[in-house]
Each structure stands twice: as structure tokens, then as C-alpha cells.
Design a protein around this ligand. Structure first.
Ligand SMILES: Cc1cc2nc3c(=O)[nH]c(=O)nc-3n(C[C@H](O)[C@H](O)[C@H](O)COP(=O)(O)O)c2cc1C
Length: 200
């Protein structure tokens, strides 16, 4: 039995390849064990605000009187972190946009990566405070970049998740989605097969 948090981040809505993969994953996850549950957070539909100077103060300082906008941001950040802590499996759809993750997913990380809350500084360096989680990253791309220096997304996702303590990370790639129908079908079938072969 497990609780999966599903983070969607595509801006392409019904035409999204990563949403399609995530939905396939959800079906497999729910069929796997009748007690498995999911929480879906669509970061493109319910966007986390851009972190700016005012909101950063709300997330970092304990000794200031908060404006209404700051209170809202702090509540959102706290609830996103609580949600993260309450799930054991974190499934992240990470399409490649301009060689990186979507802005909407970056905004999410800006709200959950907080000193003293999800990571802390020690004499030995920083330490992640989100323990005992597994992450599955479903990443879709128009081109083919896996295992090349142009794939900046994968090392970034490893770094940011490791930073908060999530070190058990598995990737499913669906690439070549802009390279014609045959490539799309092949790519999606490979991704579906990888999902089918996953052991939970
Ligand atoms: C704004 C934008 C930027 C993109 N940038 C890249 C890119 O840098 N490299 C790439 O291989 N594909 C790129 N693509 C193609 C997407 O990776 C591809 O459409 C993929 O299916 C996106 O996932 P999604 O359908 O879930 O949004 C881009 C697509 C969009 C909409």
C-alpha cells in the first residue's frame, strides 16, 4: 500500500505527452494494489506564484509582520511541504522546455525548498530533511538528449531532489516526440513498457 503524489507540469493540457504518461502510470499504480492512493497536483492549472522579494521574506523570516499576500504564500508553501511529507512516492512529470523543466515546476521547487524546513545547514554541509521517499520522473522531449551533455534537466532534478533528501530516483524517458509519427509511437510504447515493468 502506498500514497503517491502526482505533480503534473505541462502547459499543453489535453495535448500533453507527459500528462498522458502520468495517467498511464496512475492506472498501473491504482491497479497494483487496491489500497494504493493518489493525490494529483496540476502545477500548470494551479500555479505556484513566482518567488519575489516580498514572498521570499515570508518564507525565510520569522520575525516580520506578514502582508496578506505573504500570508497566502506562506500557507501555500507550508501546505505543499506537508503534502510532500505525507506521500511516500513522488511522481513528477518533467517535460523539457527550452532545455529545462517548465517554469511552473521550478516555481513549485522555490516554494518547497526552505532552509530549516526541507533542508538544513550543518557543519558538514547541507542536509535534506525529506526522508524515506521514492521519486519517479517522467520526462518528455521533442528531441533526443538522454545521456548527452545537452540533458541539463536530469542532473538538475537529481540535484534538487537530493538536496532535500530524496535520493531514490527513477527516470522514464519519452524522447523524439517532435520527430514524426513513427518516433512518437515508438517512444510512447517504450515509456509504457518501462512503466509496466516497474516494481513497487
Ligand atoms: C515551450 C516549449 C519548449 C520546448 N523546448 C524543447 C527543448 O528544449 N528540447 C526538446 O527536446 N523539446 C522541447 N520542446 C518539446 C517538448 O519537450 C515536447 O513537446 C514534450 O512533449 C513536452 O511535454 P508535454 O507534452 O507533456 O508538455 C518544447 C516544447 C515547448 C512547448
Amino acid at each position: 500500500m502506498g500514497k503517491a503524489l502526482i505533480l503534473k507540469s505541462s502547459i499543453l493540457d489535453k495535448h500533453s505527452n507527459s500528462n498522458k504518461m502520468v495517467d498511464y502510470f496512475i492506472e498501473k499504480w491504482l491497479n497494483e494494489n487496491s489500497e494504493n492512493t493518489i493525490t494529483i497536483r496540476n502545477l500548470a492549472k494551479n500555479q505556484v506564484p513566482v518567488l519575489d522579494n516580498e514572498l521570499l521574506d515570508a518564507l525565510c523570516k520569522n520575525d516580520i509582520e506578514l502582508t496578506e499576500r505573504q500570508k497566502k504564500a506562506l500557507n501555500l508553501s507550508n501546505s505543499l511541504i506537508l503534502e510532500l511529507k505525507e506521500h511516500d512516492l513522488i511522481v513528477i512529470a518533467a517535460p523539457m522546455y527550452n532545455f529545462h523543466i517548465p517554469t511552473q515546476l521550478k516555481n513549485y521547487f522555490d516554494f518547497v525548498i526552505r532552509a530549516g524546513v526541507t533542508f538544513c545547514y550543518t557543519k558538514l554541509g547541507s542536509q535534506g530533511l525529506i526522508k524515506g521517499k521514492k521519486a519517479i520522473i517522467l520526462t518528455t522531449r521533442g528531441g533526443i538528449y538522454k545521456d548527452t551533455p545537452s540533458d541539463l534537466l536530469t542532473p538538475y532534478m537529481n540535484l534538487i531532489l537530493n538536496f532535500i533528501g530524496i535520493t531514490d530516483i527513477e527516470y522514464i524517458f519519452s524522447e523524439g516526440l517532435a520527430l514524426g509519427n513513427e518516433s512518437v509511437i515508438q517512444s510512447q510504447n517504450n515509456a509504457y513498457e518501462s512503466i509496466n515493468n516497474m516494481l513497487f
